[in-house]
Design a protein around this ligand. Structure first.
Ligand code: AP5
Ligand code: MG
Length: 217
């Protein structure tokens, strides 16, 4: 199974594509954002520590997210891993190399979702998820078929992320530009980066990613 990174700014579609790959290909989505939100919801000491940082849109410490990824990798020894929102700094990229090497694994592709930043604020502020089954929607781009009812489980309760407001999104974009985009050259030097047009429709982006994953080795 292949190990891939989905790299792109907030709202680029990393979570949307990772969830689809998990459902369709049996790969495993490893989202540090989701892990941190779980930690917050459970009221664990890590959750309390990261709450204010996440709500401001800044990055949580490299040590915390690297430890979370390491633990998760140990629970899926031979899975195809989809790294979603990790790594986000050069230190995390180096730590991931080490974590994979220690387990006899390596990266196959770093898939960059190239997007127009202007569109991202609209994507993020319109995002919501089913409170029961977690499936993701968007007010304009992916509404529920019946208004107010989840297509998948029929629940009528939905939630929005506390960091999905315009001001926090701006900080998240700045963090991406300053700390995450600079890891692209690290992966380019290894010949791993593949760029897809993240402004295309969800299905079109999916087809672009599938084409990369289905290339003969
Ligand atoms: P995280 O949860 O990773 O958030 P993010 O990177 O800001 O990315 P998002 O989840 O907002 O966007 P996405 O790319 O997944 O887009 P989605 O598919 O949902 O991180 C949150 C916070 O946790 C960080 O700010 C930081 O504090 C902390 N953190 C996490 N990881 C960390 C790390 N490694 N190091 C340090 N700190 C860390 O799509 C968005 C919307 O657009 C959806 O509504 C979707 O339906 C829609 N959409 C998707 N694709 C398309 C398309 N092609 N066309 C139209 N609409 C689309
Ligand atoms: Mg996400």
């Amino acid at each position: 199974m292949q190990n891939i990174i989905l790299l792109g700014p907030p709202g680029a579609g990393k979570g949307t594509q990772a969830a689809r790959l998990q459902a369709e290909r049996g790969m495993v989505q490893l989202s540090t954002g989701d892990m941190l939100r779980e930690a917050r919801a459970s009221g664990s000491p890590i959750g309390d520590k990261v709450k204010a940082i996440m709500d401001s849109g800044e990055l949580v410490s490299d040590a915390i997210v690297t430890a979370l990824i390491g633990e998760r990798l140990d629970t899926c020894a031979d899975c195809g891993a989809i790294f979603d929102g990790f790594p986000r700094t050069k230190a995390q990229a180096e730590a991931l190399d080490l974590l994979l090497a220690e387990r006899g694994r390596s990266l196959d592709h770093v898939i960059e979702l190239a997007v127009d930043e202007e569109a991202l604020v609209q994507r993020i502020t319109g995002r919501f998820t089913c409170a029961k089954c977690g499936v993701g929607y968007h007010d304009s781009f992916r509404p529920t078929e019946v208004p107010g009812v989840c297509d998948v489980c029929g629940s009528t309760e939905f939630k929005r992320r506390p960091d999905d407001n315009e001001q926090t999104v701006r900080t998240r974009l700045e963090e991406y530009r300053a700390k995450t985009a600079p890891i692209l050259p690290f992966y380019e030097a290894k010949g791993l980066v593949r760029r897809v047009d993240g402004m295309a429709s969800v299905d079109d982006v999916a087809a672009q990613i599938d084409a990369i994953l289905d290339e003969p080795a």
